[in-house]
Design a protein around this ligand. Structure first.
Ligand code: GAL
Ligand code: ZN
Length: 671
């Protein structure tokens, strides 16, 4: 599958904002020459161009964009064309203030910034449709244009009267009767019973802020609103030409919307990845971004695009570090190893002013190609050309599946339990993922609704599956029965998707599969610890200790301390033709690495490189090639299983290969 069928090649380029440079014609000419030099083949144009495209209500000016697109195309550069709904012009906010969002405290925003429209506003929708249609009519058939980039990084929600009305309609559809809403929101508590739909308002800091079921429904509603807006834009542009695919750029494990759901409204998934290199441990940082790349690939189970990344530094961290030598190529190969079909940047050229004038860009204020950043970018362009044979080769089918579920994440957060500030669902999924990534196995993600067929997997891991939905209990039961290996952890099967706690023993409907039941949830301060004793080994436990009882399960590990010392912490149960593990406490990375190492070996799950890799080094497979990446600040020697050729340097290594600090190579078997 190709993300951009009109130009089936790795895309290299990024956000291009020529509308900020219209008074500098020589700069616009020079851009093309520099893009060619940097081996840029595609740029995203028009992302925040509404004020330039429609300077006055209903009066469009496309002349400048015609010239930009024609100039790019004459230079052999393709265009990812954006719709401008990510920011609205000042005249619109002035004339129709209802296009601006109403916040969490029911206050309306003023004009300024971006990403702050009301998704319900009929005027905003009408204006968006009109400009989208005009753009599509003018450019969808242009040979340069290969993809629609809808809006920019959709985020947030709105509490204006129109959105409130839509929220009530959403709830009426979900619950039918007000009594049902009262039942699911458990409104008998604190005398919150609603007697009229008009009394139902969005959750807020000055009204109802503490009802978990309501909050989760609000997030579902916000997702539905965003999806509806995206679908409207998609339909509008594709009414003109249905063959031009649509993407919307997503963000790292983003809180506001359920991305599995949102992804249904786009043809191609793309996202903006901004790791913070050289602040802490780069290997840990890389593993979280690898996880999100795999998640993005999994949203539609197809290749995805890296739509933005920085060629050097960002400007919005507390401390902004430039990439050390090697890191730009290395960090650009990371998404590729997980299945991406592009390396794109924010942004092509640094603006002279505005909030991002000092954010990294391919071309700086000096305007030359003679910079370290420009050379790094060119090197990535060259690497992508060398890797062209891998373009439409995906990763080999994964044998391991992890569950990651947005609705579960929201449910854990709003439930007000345990470590109230942060139960750290994301961190937990990442730590389990990291152990598997390090082992060089391929990993798919599914949410509870999406995982209709688990039979293609040998190992399914469901960390912190607090809320069950989509019949997941039955799906997991069948998977184990038929011979699969299941891993579950603390919090499993505690509440239903209807917002209510499960009654009876938990994990709900899975106690026989797991051979255990859970009894109490203890959480620790950061200074407190417990330990897991398993076999001859002792591993540290932090933050979360669930007290469980083993029914039919074999106790593989026990707690080392506290009044529950000696009680089960790690268990294994045979069920049907498979087995189900339960890990009741939060253990350190070392334990997860050792435990998953044994599981992967026992299940004979394929690994990118079967050898032991030194600290900081990871190997990932794609299209039969091995992306060997060194995130350590020192060189590393890696033993190879045989003669291998590095596609990036076209050299052959015999028994071992030496990777410099932040070095990367892409290896295939050599004759
Ligand atoms: C992204 C955004 C870009 C730019 C970039 C800076 O989130 O889409 O427009 O602001 O961050 O890192
Ligand atoms: Zn609104």
């Amino acid at each position: 599958m190709n993300c951009t069928p009109r130009f089936p090649a790795f895309l290299h380029g990024g956000d291009y904002n020529p509308d900020q440079w219209l008074e500098y014609p020589e700069v616009l000419e020079e851009d093309i020459r520099l893009m060619q030099k940097a081996k840029v083949n595609a740029v995203s144009v028009g992302i925040f161009s509404w004020a330039k495209l429609e300077p006055e209500e209903g009066k469009y000016d496309f002349a400048w964009l015609d010239a930009v697109i024609d100039r790019l195309w004459a230079g052999g550069i393709h265009v990812v064309l954006a719709t401008p709904s990510g920011a609205r012009p000042a005249w619109m906010a002035q004339k129709y203030p209802e296009v601006l969002r109403v916040g969490e405290d029911f206050r309306q925003a003023h004009f300024g910034n971006r990403h702050n429209h009301c998704p319900s506003s009929p005027v905003f929708r009408e204006k968006t449709r009109a400009i989208d249609r005009a753009l599509a009519e003018r450019y969808a058939g242009h040979p340069a244009v290969i993809l629609w980039h809808i809006s920019n990084e959709f985020s947030g929600d709105c509490r204006c009267p129109a959105c409130q009305e839509n929220f009530r309609r959403f709830l009426q559809k979900r619950y039918g009767l007000l009594e049902e809403l009262n039942r699911h929101w458990w409104t008998g508590f604190w005398s919150m019973t609603y007697t009229d739909w008009a009394q139902v308002e969005p959750p807020s800091s000055i009204g109802q802020g503490a009802n978990p079921a309501m909050w989760v429904d609000w997030r579902r509603f916000s997702t539905a609103q965003c999806k509806d807006f995206l679908a409207m834009e998609k339909e509008t542009v594709q009414a003109v030409d249905p063959s031009l695919p649509v993407t919307a750029n997503l963000m790292h494990l983003f809180w506001d919307y359920d991305y599995f759901d949102l992804a249904e409204a786009m043809d191609v998934v793309s996202w903006d990845a901004y790791p913070s290199w050289h602040i802490g441990d780069d290997y840990l940082e890389a593993s979280q971004f690898a996880m999100t790349h795999d998640l993005m690939r999994s949203l539609k189970d197809q290749p995805f695009l890296l739509m933005e990344s920085t060629p050097s530094l960002v400007n919005w961290q507390a401390v902004n570090r430039v990439k050390k030598p090697g890191m730009h190529l290395l960090s650009s190969m990371l998404p590729l190893a997980q299945g991406a079909q592009s390396v794109m940047y924010f942004q092509w050229r640094k603006g002279r002013g505005g909030a991002e004038m000092f954010h990294g860009a391919v071309v700086g204020h000096d305007g030359t190609a003679d910079t370290r950043t420009f050379r790094d970018v060119t090197r990535v362009g060259e690497a992508l050309e060398k890797l062209a044979p891998l373009y439409d080769s995906p990763k080999a089918p994964a044998k391991v599946c992890m569950l990651y579920d947005w609705q579960n994440k929201w449910a854990i957060h709003y439930a007000q339990m345990g470590r109230r500030e942060n139960m750290d669902y994301d961190g937990t999924v990442i730590s389990h993922y990291r152990a598997l990534w390090k082992l060089g196995v391929n990993i798919d993600f599914r949410d509870m609704r999406e995982c209709t067929d688990l039979s293609q997997y040998q190992l399914v891991i469901a960390p912190m599956l607090f809320m069950t939905r989509g019949g997941i209990e039955e799906k997991l039961r069948r998977f184990v029965e038929q011979g699969g290996t299941l891993v579950m952890t603390y919090l499993a099967g505690t509440m239903g998707e209807d917002g209510l706690a499960h009654l009876g023993r938990t994990p709900h409907s899975l106690t026989d599969v797991l051979g255990i039941h859970t009894e109490e949830l203890d959480t620790l301060t950061d200074a407190q610890h417990n330990s897991l004793r398993w076999g001859q080994r002792v591993s540290r436990i932090s933050q979360v200790c669930e007290l469980i009882r083993a029914d039919t399960a074999e106790v593989v590990g026990t707690y080392g301390e506290d009044f529950y010392a000696g009680t089960p912490c790690l268990t294994r149960n045979h069920f049907g033709a498979g087995e189900a593990w339960y890990l009741a406490a939060r253990t350190e990375d070392g334990m997860l690495a050792a435990w998953y190492g044994e599981l992967i070996r026992a299940l004979k799950i394929p690994r990118a490189l079967p050898t032991e890799l030194p600290d900081g080094v990871v190997a990932q497979e794609r299209g039969g090639a091995v992306f060997l990446q060194n995130y350590a600040p020192e060189r590393r020697i890696v033993a190879l299983p045989g003669r291998m050729r590095d596609l990036l340097t076209d050299t052959v290594a015999e028994k071992e290969i030496c990777l410099p600090a932040y070095g990367v190579c892409v290896l295939t078997a050599a004759e």
